[in-house]
Design a protein around this ligand. Structure first.
Ligand SMILES: [Zn+2]
Ligand SMILES: [Zn+2]
Length: 251
């Protein structure tokens, strides 16, 4: 079949009517712009302006199509809203909100972070790295604490399972935590944000000072022979019951 045949066979016709005299005729649904059948010539010559004929069937079809389009767009918007709503209230999202706000024993993460950050302003000059810490702490807002995206999941009964090896990660002025972060982990990451990068003696003495100031007690470091994560366990064993009592009572 050639293009010409196809064109002539498939040429759809519509009834075009003059809006003024109502005179009509059959013409292609898409007449060329200069097709004389587009216009009512008697009315045009009477009014001195081109009077265009309209095709009611085509107008109706156009209205139907735009209605359908509008309806389709409306449904798409509705579906999108439902999707967002579902996502927002998914167990994972609910857990994300909860554990961004509260840590172990219901500790208020934001409040505790602000408190410890402010405390670091008073770090004694005698401690290694204290000058840098003071300048970091006085210049910057408390670190932002976010829940890590990966490394944890929600089980069927909405319990949270942490599979990440790191309970917390500090980078610059932000801290990424796993759900249910402990006070000890939060304090550890805050010391990193305050300018102590390695897990060396200076780091642990700053953490020791912060812990002692926060809990109004003295930590026993007499068993500490080398510095690294093992010292976190030493600290934790000496403050665990105070931390628990403090945050459980504030519930
Ligand atoms: Zn007319
Ligand atoms: Zn660390």
């Amino acid at each position: 079949m050639t293009a010409t045949q196809k064109g002539s066979n498939n040429m759809k016709q519509a009834r075009w009517k003059c809006p003024i005299c109502n005179d009509g005729l059959l013409a292609p649904t898409r007449p060329r712009l200069d097709d004389v059948r587009r216009y009512c010539l008697p009315c045009s010559s009477k009014s001195g302006r081109l009077v265009e004929r309209i095709a009611p069937a085509l107008e109706a079809q156009r209205t139907r199509r735009s209605d359908a389009r509008r309806e389709k767009a409306k449904n798409a918007r509705k579906r999108e809203r439902a999707r967002i709503e579902r996502k927002h209230n998914s167990p994972r999202e609910v857990a994300r909100r909860k554990y961004t706000e509260q840590g172990e024993y219901g500790m208020n993460i934001k409040r505790e972070t602000a408190r410890l950050w402010k405390m670091l302003n008073k770090i004694p000059q005698t401690l290694e790295g204290a000058t840098r810490t003071k300048s970091v702490v006085s210049r910057n807002k408390p670190p932002t604490v976010k829940l890590m995206k990966r490394g944890w999941r929600i089980d069927d009964s909405d319990g949270v399972w942490v599979s990440s090896r790191a309970a917390g990660i500090a980078y610059g002025s932000s801290i990424s935590i796993a759900p249910n972060v402990s006070w000890e982990t939060l304090a550890h990451e805050i010391i990193h944000c305050a300018g102590y990068h390695g897990h060396d003696r200076a780091f642990y003495y700053a953490l020791k000072w912060l812990t002692e100031t926060r809990w109004k007690m003295i930590l026993d470091f007499s068993d500490v022979t080398r510095y690294g994560y093992i010292v976190d366990a030493t600290i934790e064993s000496q403050i665990a019951s105070r931390v628990r009592a403090e945050f459980e009572k504030s519930e």
